[in-house]
Write a protein that binds this ligand. Structure first.
Ligand code: NAD
Length: 272
């Protein structure tokens, strides 16, 4: 496992496991498989409705708490100072933990204009040690610039949609300018389409790997934190076996050139 260092000095596995769309009654088995394979970082959210199943897998794993890195996120209708504090307590309770490693604001919702107040609640949660690190998700240049200007703690990372068809070069630069790491959600472009791209299947053949492994390797070499999801044990393992090969600079560029600027998910300026 490779680790990155966050701007608050803490270490985070560069490769983690996402659990969006895993039903709560399946989360325990799926997360247990991921932990057996070797993943130590798990990315959930209140809105995924699987914090309980995820928490059961963590508890039953027998893995020391300090070796795990657990992320959850504050949902849109919980924005605001008091409601964020309450939402955090409820997430922690469902996970069955004393603290999370990382707590994120899931979407900025700029029209609601509550993300600065919400962030102050996250700063308090962090100062109490109940979230060791705090960060954001889906923040744009405007919302991140304002958050950094008006509050005390700089987010450790910004989790954004990022895959070869939407490589987010400009937003990666904005994050880097603030010392904020970029974490890629839907890093495999949700599988469909992207993984059949002839550039990727060609590279996969040349490296003796799968297209998913080539894409994950591209993320790691860019410096992104990455959280692929799969419910299939063989793919969970495949997505973890990415630390024993390297793409050449030329092949990194070939993957980077696939960018079409086309997002799969919602627009952060209007979503929510
Ligand atoms: P992903 O890019 O990780 O793709 C997952 C899908 O790709 C799987 O369901 C499967 O169909 C396919 N797949 C996975 N491994 C494969 C393999 N080795 N070979 C072939 N196909 C494979 O998409 P995702 O689940 O949307 O994103 C990953 C994680 O990011 C989520 O689980 C969640 O934790 C996080 N996320 C966050 C946000 C946000 O707003 N912050 C939004 C979406 C996702």
């Amino acid at each position: 496992m490779q680790y990155v260092t966050l701007n608050d000095g803490r270490a985070m596995p560069q490769l983690g496991f996402g659990v969006w769309q895993v039903p709560d009654d399946e989360a325990e088995a799926v997360v247990s498989t991921a932990l057996e394979v070797g993943y130590r970082s798990i990315d959930t959210a209140r809105i995924y409705d699987n914090e309980k199943g995820t928490g059961r897998a963590l508890a039953e794993s027998g893995i020391a708490r300090e070796e795990l890195f657990v992320t959850t996120k504050l949902w849109n209708d919980d924005q605001g100072y008091d409601s964020a504090l309450k939402a955090f307590d409820a997430s922690l309770e469902r996970l069955g933990l004393d603290y999370v490693d990382l707590y994120l604001i899931h979407w900025p919702r700029p029209r609601q204009d509550a993300y600065v107040d919400t962030w102050r609640a996250l700063e308090r949660i962090r100062s109490e040690g109940r979230a060791r690190s705090i960060g954001v998700s889906n923040f744009t240049a405007a919302t991140l610039d304002r958050l950094v200007a008006e509050t005390d703690v700089v987010p450790v990372l910004n989790q954004i949609e990022l895959h070869p068809y939407h490589s987010q070069e400009a937003m990666r630069e904005v994050n880097a300018r603030h010392g904020v790491l970029t974490e890629a959600w839907s890093p495999l472009g949700q599988g469909k389409g992207l993984l059949d791209d002839p550039v990727l299947t060609d590279l996969a053949d040349r490296y003796g790997r799968t297209p998913a492994q080539v894409v994950l390797r591209w993320h790691l070499q860019l410096g992104n934190v990455v959280i692929p999801k799969s419910a299939t044990p063989s793919r969970i393992r495949e997505n973890f076996e990415v630390f024993d090969f390297e793409l050449s600079a030329e092949d990194m560029d070939r993957v980077g050139a696939l960018d079409r600027g086309g997002r799969i998910g919602p627009d952060p300026d209007t979503f929510g």
